[in-house]
Design a protein around this ligand. Structure first.
Ligand code: DSN
Length: 448
């Protein structure tokens, strides 16, 4: 099927970039752990006539006319979210994860209140109180950390909560390769009277598939983006749990009012339709297999990498994500690794590691994961092959190390980039990557 023909007819420039991006996604390994490939049905909803509509308000209570079908679709998305996650209240309107989290703060806290979240360089998210995020500026942020082994430091979190009496505690991460300790954090939150919000953006697909414990019995509020392991469109859901509603029966209304009219205008109805479809897809038995395979693949990839001498934070993975610590290769190696892997057709992102020894902008690690390559159908044998590609590409950056002097960095990086562009070994890995990808076709029905 020729999918983009109207764009081809209307706008050759955008069409050309779209075509090249499709080719990039098809021929490379997408290993950023927060990315995935949605179904064509989800994409069709995103490109549908629901993009034409304004629908401020909620089903049955809209400010504009003509919303009878939007109401149905939003109702479907909400009821599917409630059923799949087993929660009594869901709001599917947040534009994405960061606004969803901000809405949680604004529903529960006043500026200046104390909040706690996992420190950014320890694997937490910007919106859990990091200093450059508005959440770290509006609220008094007391971050907790991981231990020197890279595991969430529950003892420290408990002590900080007892001392600081936060109003809200976050449990949830963007660069944490292990299971999230929901039960322990529920005890900490109960001990100091805080609300507990679980941000399961990264792992919500694993939670639905039973490949990670659900936070629903432990947290008062659960937030998730819909485009990561959940494999839907870019969007988010905020849920109130039974526990949360017992604590505050108005929690659901507070969240809804904060999203609209508090923070947002019209919901993105085309995204809502796509969320409804993604949730339906995630309710099928093959999604459980998918979620389980993501974790099997991550474990297999971690093992393969470690056997080839790559150091991993915590020495492995329990979820979809791996954090490689490259400090033994040189300073600030994340950028060099990301660029070399890009040249080899493998997309990852540079990432800080716990106790980051260099800088957040030139961090010492890379973060990679298996959700997207598992969607393509790859399994453990392919993970072993991929670990060889990655270890091989990392060999090619040996000897590089980020200069300490800021003035020297840009010329050094330029020199590095020209070196990798001409690197034959990376080129050869790229062609092996492309051959592997051709055996797991992506969107085979699409022509561009
Ligand atoms: N940007 C997302 C991630 O990559 O984890 C989090 O917001």
């Amino acid at each position: 099927m020729e999918w983009f023909y109207k764009i081809r007819e209307r706008d050759q420039e955008v069409f050309m970039h779209l075509k090249r991006e499709l080719e990039r996604q098809r021929t490379g390994l997408e290993m950023i752990p927060s990315e995935n490939f949605t179904s064509l049905a989800v994409m069709q909803a995103l490109g549908s006539i629901f993009t034409n509509k304004y629908s401020e308000g909620y089903p049955g209570k809209r400010y504009y006319g003509g919303n009878e079908f939007v109401d149905m679709v939003e109702g479907l998305a909400v009821s599917r979210a409630k059923r799949l996650f087993n929660v009594p209240h869901a709001n599917v309107q947040p534009y994405s994860g960061s606004p969803a989290n901000l809405a949680v703060y604004l529903a529960l806290c006043k500026p200046g209140d104390t909040i706690m979240g996992q420190n950014l360089t320890d694997g937490g998210h910007l919106t859990h109180g990091w200093k450059t995020s508005v959440t770290g500026q509006l609220f008094r942020s007391v971050p907790y950390h991981v231990t020197k082994e890279g595991i969430i430091n529950i003892e420290e979190a408990k002590q900080l909560a007892d001392e600081n009496k936060p109003r809200l505690i976050w449990i949830g991460s963007t660069a944490y390769p292990r299971r999230l300790p929901f039960r322990e954090f529920a005890e900490i939150a109960e001990g100091c009277g805080a609300y507990l919000a679980a941000d399961i953006s990264h792992i919500s697909g694993l939670v639905i598939g039973g490949a990670h414990e659900s936070p629903v019995a432990y947290a008062d509020i659960v937030t998730t983006t819909t485009h990561k392991t959940l494999r839907g469109p870019r969007g988010a859901i905020i849920m109130a749990t039974d526990k949360g509603l017992r604590k505050d029966p108005e929690l659901g209304e507070k969240i809804d009012k904060t999203i609209f009219p508090g923070m947002q205008g019209g919901p993105h109805d085309h995204v809502t339709a796509a969320i409804a479809i993604a949730l339906e897809e995630a309710s099928k038995p093959d999604f459980i297999e998918y979620a389980v395979q993501i974790v099997k693949n991550s474990k297999a990839l971690a093992k393969g990498l470690m056997e080839k001498g790559v150091n991993l934070v915590t020495g492995g993975s329990d979820n979809h994500l791996i954090l490689a610590d490259l400090t033994n290769m040189g300073a600030g190696m994340g950028l060099f690794a990301q660029e070399a892997l890009d040249a080899a057709g493998i997309t990852v992102n540079k990432n800080t590691i716990p106790g980051e020894p260099f800088s957040p902008f030139y961090p010492s690690g890379i973060r990679l994961g298996t959700p997207a390559i598992t969607t393509r159908g790859m399994k453990e044998p392919e993970m072993l092959v991929i670990s060889g590609f990655i270890a091989g590409a990392l060999q090619e950056i040996k000897g590089y190390s980020m200069p300490n002097s800021k003035e020297e960095r840009q010329p050094y990086i330029r020199g590095f980039k020209s070196y990798i562009q001409g690197n034959e070994r990376l080129r050869s890995i790229r062609s092996s990557v492309s051959e592997l990808c051709s055996r797991f076709p992506l969107y085979p029905d699409l022509e561009a």
